[in-house]
Design a protein around this ligand. Structure first.
Ligand code: MN3
Length: 248
């Protein structure tokens, strides 16, 4: 038996024991509770969370056609493939999706890439939809407030510098991926990017805000002008949601 197989077996047994005793499954990083955001349904299958706003609510920053395609087709495909992988290893349903993504080495090798890509796709997009809301006419520029605003100033100097660094990182992400504002265990903020559907969880960071820089996120409206998309996107960021993630 390979060491990795042994690690998986022993951790699944721990998870089974924990579930039997009513406790949350334990993984390498400690107890990881089921997230209300990514909670598995009772039958073990994940579902695409409905948008809390209309498909055209983010116009003109993100057009309705892009939202429909992105949410109903792209996100749905990630969920379908994630569920198919989990069905091959039902024991994995004892873990939150975050726990699996944070510790991919413990996921059986035959479904590891699928969990990474499609589980990551589900996690990233659920966070993305929840991080946005439509503009209100005359409401002015959206800014973070309170503790989050202070932390951004501490880490980046000021909000404008943070925005420039975030957009620059998003531009430099070659190909498909994400640009993130993350916090570490000590609540220090940083900007990072990930390729494909990789999540900051895999390297121990907690994502607070992420922008999707896959072409499917912007190409219908912005074509190759990723910089314009990154610059316009601030108008639909919901900083209240981001503040809650920072405080959690
Ligand atoms: Mn996408």
């Amino acid at each position: 038996m390979h060491r990795r197989d042994f690690l998986f077996s022993s951790s699944t047994l721990m998870a089974a024991a924990a579930m039997a005793s009513g406790c949350t499954a334990k993984v390498k990083y400690g107890v990881v509770p089921k997230s209300p955001l990514i909670a598995a349904a009772v039958d073990g299958a994940y579902t695409v969370p409905p948008l809390s706003y209309a498909y055209d609510a983010l116009e003109p920053v993100i057009d309705m056609a892009t939202m429909k395609l992105h949410h109903d087709v792209h996100h749905a495909a990630y969920v379908k493939n994630l569920n198919a992988a989990l069905a091959q290893h039902p024991m994995l349903l004892g873990y939150s999706l975050e726990a699996l993504l944070a510790d991919l080495a413990l996921v059986p090798e035959d479904v590891r890439d699928t969990i990474r890509n499609h589980g990551g796709g589900h996690f990233n997009h659920a966070l993305f939809w929840e991080s946005m809301r439509g503009e209100v006419r005359g409401a002015g520029v959206r800014m973070p407030e309170g503790d989050l605003a202070s932390a951004i100033n501490t880490s980046f100097g000021d909000f404008k510098t943070f925005q420039e660094k975030f957009q620059d990182a998003g531009m430099k992400r070659f190909g498909s991926g994400w640009v993130w504002l993350v916090k570490d265990a000590g609540r220090a903020l940083s900007i990072m990017t990930t390729p494909n559907q990789d999540t900051p969880l895999a390297t121990g960071f907690i994502p607070l805000l992420g922008n999707d820089v896959w072409e499917h996120a912007y190409y219908l409206k912005y074509q190759s002008k990723r910089a314009d998309y990154l610059a316009a996107w601030w108008r639909v960021v919901d900083w209240g949601v981001v503040s809650k993630r920072f405080a959690a």
